[in-house]
Design a protein around this ligand. Structure first.
Ligand SMILES: NC(=O)C1=CN([C@@H]2O[C@H](COP(=O)(O)OP(=O)(O)OC[C@H]3O[C@@H](n4cnc5c(N)ncnc54)[C@H](OP(=O)(O)O)[C@@H]3O)[C@@H](O)[C@H]2O)C=CC1
Ligand SMILES: CC(=O)[C@@H](O)[C@H](O)COP(=O)(O)O
Ligand SMILES: [Mn+2]
Length: 387
């Protein structure tokens, strides 16, 4: 008998969040929404709450609480506001799975609380594992919870590993689209605009991850995410550019055999796999045909031009709080680029500068990560102001 899973969806108004609700809508006997959250988009959060009737909603922006409250008066939905409320709803007894679909560092503390409360985590928020991968994996072990990837590459690897529990991984190969600027020189990148950077060739995603894809920081974050999800050494992670985004990633085993997962670029499949795991649920998603893609191609990433990728490998090698610094500096850099305050190539400059300026900690606690994030944002913001 298949049981109903109760889902808390943090970041329900975003790209992953709205696609997760499409998946849940298609499987009403399998999933029930217990909480939803948005940062500022009160209108969409209200519409979602009226449709899915969760026990609670959280609006991050406290100034919008009254608007949400008024729109949901007469409903059996509790309205909470502010960042702390995310931690509270993520750890309530009325939920089984927490899908972390909010963007950025904001995912860290609610994920920690959800794990401590014994919840299964469907992890879209890759920044959580980048910032504090060691701590999160220790907590997952301690509390005995499942941590299932939503990110398409990591879902691909996760799917390739089913049934291979006894077989050592030699390495994994993460595929990268190369983004909208694949093949461009540094000279050309100096003048690209945010409108150009926001046009991903294959995926329709939120603004922050789309800029990260254009700068290859997304792949750098995914390398660190993979290390922690699959317990890999740094030298077991490769990246190959695959512009069609059909092969979502590969695993090579110690006999040399390679397994890959393929499909059209559509996040609903990995979202559904993480929510339904260990079952594959039926879907009406469009099917892939090789005849529509007669050429699947592969090339080396241009690490000299797209410096974020080697910077992420370097932060991963340093370990400690270095990936937390990388992430916070990148969040400030992307926000500044989106406000037209810095150019595309100043994003890696800022990240590199922060990595050298913020004090290194070899074995950070949760509080240390919070402090490191805070301090890095201060340093990065100062650097942006001085440009
Ligand atoms: N989009 C994709 O296809 C993929 C995304 N991911 C990862 O999933 C996560 C979400 O990405 P995506 O859906 O594209 O992002 P979006 O920008 O589309 O959505 C972000 C969501 O988080 C909320 N949010 C924004 N800021 C905060 C904050 N400070 N605190 C709490 N909530 C906040 C937003 O609320 P509001 O709408 O009110 O602003 C929105 O609900 C990211 O970590 C990304 O890297 C991974 C793989 C693929
Ligand atoms: C859909 C998804 O998982 C994104 O992280 C996607 O992979 C971005 O594409 P690239 O970073 O490869 O351009
Ligand atoms: Mn991805």
């Amino acid at each position: 008998m298949n049981s109903l899973k109760r889902v808390t969806l943090l970041g329900s108004t975003g790209s992953i969040g709205t696609q997760a609700l499409d998946v849940i809508r298609a499987h009403p006997t399998r999933f029930q929404v217990t909480a939803l959250s948005a940062h500022a988009n009160a209108d969409l959060l209200i519409r979602q709450a009226l449709e899915f009737r969760p026990a609670a909603v959280v609006i991050g922006d406290e100034k919008k609480r009254a608007t949400v409250q008024a729109a949901l008066s007469g409903q059996a939905t509790e309205v909470l506001a502010g960042a702390k409320a995310l931690e509270e709803v993520a750890s309530r007894p009325d939920t089984d799975i927490v899908l972390t679909a909010m963007v950025g560092y904001a995912g860290l503390l609610p994920t920690v609380r959800a794990i401590q409360a014994g919840k299964t985590i469907a992890l879209a928020n890759k920044e959580t594992l980048v910032v504090a991968g060691q701590l999160i994996t220790q907590l997952v072990k301690k509390y005995g919870v499942g941590l299932y990837p939503v990110d398409s590459e990591h879902s691909a690897i996760f799917q390739c590993l089913v049934g291979e529990e006894r077989n050592p991984i030699e390495k994994i190969i993460l595929t990268a689209s190369g983004g909208p600027f694949r093949g461009r020189s540094a000279e050309q990148l100096a003048s690209v605009t945010k409108a150009q950077a926001l046009k991903h060739p294959n995926w329709d995603m939120g603004a922050k991850i789309t800029i990260d894809s254009a700068s290859l920081m997304n792949k750098g974050l995914e390398v660190i995410e993979a290390k922690w999800l699959f317990g890999l050494r740094n030298d077991q992670i490769d990246v190959v550019v695959h512009p069609q985004s059909i092969i979502h990633s590969l695993v090579q085993f110690h006999d040399g055999s390679l397994k890959a997962q393929l499909g059209l670029p559509d996040m609903k499949l990995p979202i559904q796999y993480a929510l339904g795991y260990p079952e594959r649920l039926p879907s009406e998603f469009p099917r892939f045909s090789f005849l529509d893609y007669p050429q699947l191609t592969f090339e080396q990433p241009d690490r000299a031009t797209f410096r974020n990728l080697p910077l992420a490998f370097e932060a991963m090698s340093q370990g400690g709080n270095a990936p937390c610094v990388l992430n916070a500096a990148n969040e400030i850099a992307v926000a500044a680029f989106l406000r037209d305050e810095i150019g595309f190539l100043q994003m890696p400059d800022l990240v590199e500068n922060c990595l050298s300026k913020v004090s290194y900690l070899a074995d950070p606690s949760l509080d240390d990560y919070v402090q490191t994030d805070h301090e890095t944002r201060r340093v990065a913001q100062e650097l942006v102001g001085a440009l």
